[in-house]
Design a protein around this ligand. Sequence first.
Ligand code: ADE
Length: 419
Amino acid sequence: MVKHDVKDIGLAGQGKLRIEWAEMEMPVLRSIKEQFSKGKPLKGMRMAACLHVTTETANLMETLKAGGAEVALCASNPLSTQDDVAASLVKNSDIPVFAIKGEDNDTYYKHIMDLLSFAPHLTMDDGADVVSVLHKERQDLLSNVIAGTEETTTGVIRLRAMAEKGVLRYPIIAVNDALTKHLFDNRYGTGQSTMDGILRATNRLIAGAVFVVCGYGWCGRGVAMRARGMGARVVVTEINPLKALEATMDGYDVMPVMDAAKIGNIFVTVTGNINVISEKCFGVMNDGAIVCNSGHFNAEIELKALTEMAVGRREIRPFVEEFTLPNKRRIYVLGEGRLINLASAEGHPSSVMDMSFANQALCSAYAVTKHEGLKNTVYSVPEEIDREIAKLKLKSMGIKIDKLTKAQSDYLKSWEMGT
Ligand code: ADE
């Protein structure tokens, strides 16, 4: 068997069935897989992927393999791995996987090092941990790497910071910036999967609850929209005046987080920043407040402060930890403050990951053909790729659209015509 570190290889059968179930909802990726099987655009490439190990990621791995790549995979979060999927990739697809749900931080980073021992030509990140570890601890491998891709907002922010400081040593394509990625995955994916994670963990009624969404980026917009759809009274907190204005005109109550802390029943952070729900907030929260995070890192909730304040702490149900404060109020933290949609649920549904991972696959092939002309910086996804994915998705949904007439096309190019 290929090298691996997974929880239980005996789970492979169950994983295989779940991977098939996801594949049914990933028609765009399936068509790219067919195309890749014929053209082999990734032939001879070793690819190191650090992604959430889910059924959708498994389908991406199979697609890259069909394209001729040798792929290896580790987790991009200690709590997001689906152990049956990891087992199936090893047993049924001969893909080296290093990922165990609930692994500690040391194991998480050891798995990244295991992944890097494959000396990749291409990296695929979700949060930029592979790029970061490569640049900090395995600089000897950097000369092999021709390019990389990045899946998420947080990763793109880190990589742009590296590029600005002039320390990034190879080009990266920011998959997150594709319209067919963030308008759908971040909004509808995070919207649905976050509610799914909260419901599976708590089984609480959303209708009538004061539901506080911290951050009104694409993920926050999605979460707020779905919470409202279920009858919550939604409050948004922001630091950006434009987004705060947008949230207001979208019909939400907007206020500082300290004010929201006093009235909220359920809190979700989706900001990409640290200590958004801080010690001060915990001090004023209602008894029974539920706090969770759907941003990439587990730094948005100041858990260390809560741990220090608490006089009691216990797990009351899976993924729900109760902290009792000296004022006797109880605060419930879901999924250790890690991505709740992947910790207690299964992440975004396959149909939306179809487009995100179509971008990953096509951008990898693009990087192979174009890397010589690219600089060591962060690139947007080429518009042709974005449009192609949108077209394929519409086709798979049986939706037809109009074409510009010749007169309309000429009109758009003219400046002389007025009323
Ligand atoms: N990120 C969010 N949801 C995901 C999923 N289902 N698979 C991989 N990455 C994800």
